[in-house]
Design a protein around this ligand. Structure first.
Ligand SMILES: Cc1cc2nc3c(=O)[nH]c(=O)nc-3n(C[C@H](O)[C@H](O)[C@H](O)COP(=O)(O)O)c2cc1C
Length: 190
């Protein structure tokens, strides 16, 4: 970004990078780190594929197994943070929001229908993810059975922090939304 970029231009660039992350598997933003609050109050973090981003509603789409620790954590406390870093662009984003879980509604059905068989098979794994086993299980081959455990996670972002590293001076901006109002933006000391 140019050193003269406005906060609005930084936000537009952040949204552009998120949309590219969905579409481009080679983009640094194709995967995100999702941080949640565990049952004991401790933070937990893991990598997920960025499946969708809707700028108008600031909604991030992720897929996971409803038996997993992250889904259990989000059921108890929907607050989460999504972290991304694009090393070539030297841009870090930190998104905060709440996750809504969809398992058996039309939205989950549509996400499942749009998934490829190879992605669907993952959800047929037995026993449940995170179970201690004597040896790694064989890869499931069933593209149907996993529907029972497939979960769509929709994260509505209500805060976004932009950090861009540059020799001319690092630039950090925070954006906060309340409902559908336009973002409140402010520069922060990096
Ligand atoms: C590159 C990469 C992509 C991943 N994508 C997903 C994903 O889209 N959904 C998912 O549930 N887990 C994904 N995982 C696995 C998670 O990082 C994590 O190990 C697993 O979901 C269990 O997390 P949990 O026990 O915190 O729920 C991915 C891992 C890697 C390394």
């Amino acid at each position: 970004m140019s050193p003269d970029a406005t906060p609005a231009e930084c936000l537009a660039e952040a949204f552009r990078l998120l949309s590219r992350g969905v579409a481009d598997r080679r983009s640094a933003f194709h995967t995100v780190t999702l941080a949640t609050v565990g049952p004991d109050g401790a933070p937990e973090a893991r990598t997920l594929v960025l499946r969708g981003f809707e700028p108008a509603t600031r909604t991030i789409r992720l897929h996971s197994d409803s038996r997993s620790a992250k889904v259990t954590a989000l059921e108890a406390d929907p607050r989460c943070v999504i972290h991304l870093y694009d090393a070539p662009a030297k841009i870090q984003l930190r998104l905060s929001g709440r996750a809504a879980l969809h398992r058996s509604d039309a939205l989950a059905d549509a996400a499942w229908a749009a998934s490829r068989d190879a992605a669907r098979m993952v959800y047929a794994v037995q026993p449940a993810p995170g179970t201690a086993v004597a040896a790694p299980p064989v890869a499931p081959q069933d593209p149907v059975a996993g529907r029972a455990w497939f979960a769509l996670l929709l994260v509505r972002v209500d805060r976004l922090e932009w950090l861009e590293l540059a020799a001319s001076g690092h630039r950090r901006a925070r954006f906060a939304w309340t409902g559908d109002s336009p973002a409140e933006a402010s520069w922060l000391v990096p």
